[in-house]
Design a protein around this ligand. Sequence first.
Ligand code: PMP
Length: 304
Amino acid sequence: MIIQTVNELIGRTPMMQINGYDLPKNTRILAKLEQFNPGGSIKDRLGVKLIDTAFKEGRINKESTIIEPTAGNTGIGLGLAAMAYGLKLIFVVPEKFSIEKQELMRVLGAEIVHTPTKEGIKGAVAKAKALGEKIENSYLPLQFENPVNPLTYYETLGPEIINDLDGEYPDSFVAGAGSGGTFSGVAQYFKEQSESIRTVVVEPEGSILGGGEPGPHETEGIGVESFPPFMKKEWIDQVYTISDEEAFYYTKELARKNGLFVGSSSGAAFAAALKEAQTLPAGSMIVTVFPDGSERYLSKNIYK
Ligand code: PMP
């Protein structure tokens, strides 16, 4: 197969059965390996859809500047999508996020604007909106409120999972929430297929879905400061709040036991999938998502 652009490599990621852990008899945990997208994360799917939709709706032209608050992966996805059009890019990134992701955004031509870590993603959103008011012909995709975000995963990830399973339905779907786009889109898709599929959300400590207060955490890419506008309470059958310690423990286990170099949000998702496995009848099938790879977090000592 010869491809013409890397964007042809987005999606159709592998699904892997995660073996080597103590599970009830015949219970399986399967993970979608999203690091195999060309920009290295689940957010490549979103970047392309945001840019294509904005063009289709006449919101941008080739002279536009895209401004987006991001922890990095959405920025990289937007950068890949914008390449074909030569769009200008400004990404607003809270300081704490990994240098590697910032370097990847920069090499795609993006200007990075930092906001203080303590202002959280809300601070980055406010800064992006302020820049948008000053810069002519700018467009803010605003992944944290744009319905195109869950729609991307409703249209791609949900159907792909069923296809990977040869048409079978999982008993439970487990996914982390940062913007909540991945969880919301796939949860909606699965609930429409069958009400009996459990849809379960994963967050770090310092995230509000389980009723806690917003606060700091080291697990990167997940964690919600306010309830996402496109997430529906009825899609949440369960919330698992995973400590940083547990997330990083399983991130390392997945490397050592399974050869999977995944990021800490994948470790958190796997920790939650293991808990879910213990609550379901033996023989259940649990599908989860590993959103990105560990190599973009080596400067943050992900394996320390
Ligand atoms: N993990 C990582 C590494 C991410 O970058 C993101 C997106 N911020 C997520 C998980 C969560 O995805 P979503 O925004 O769709 O909830």
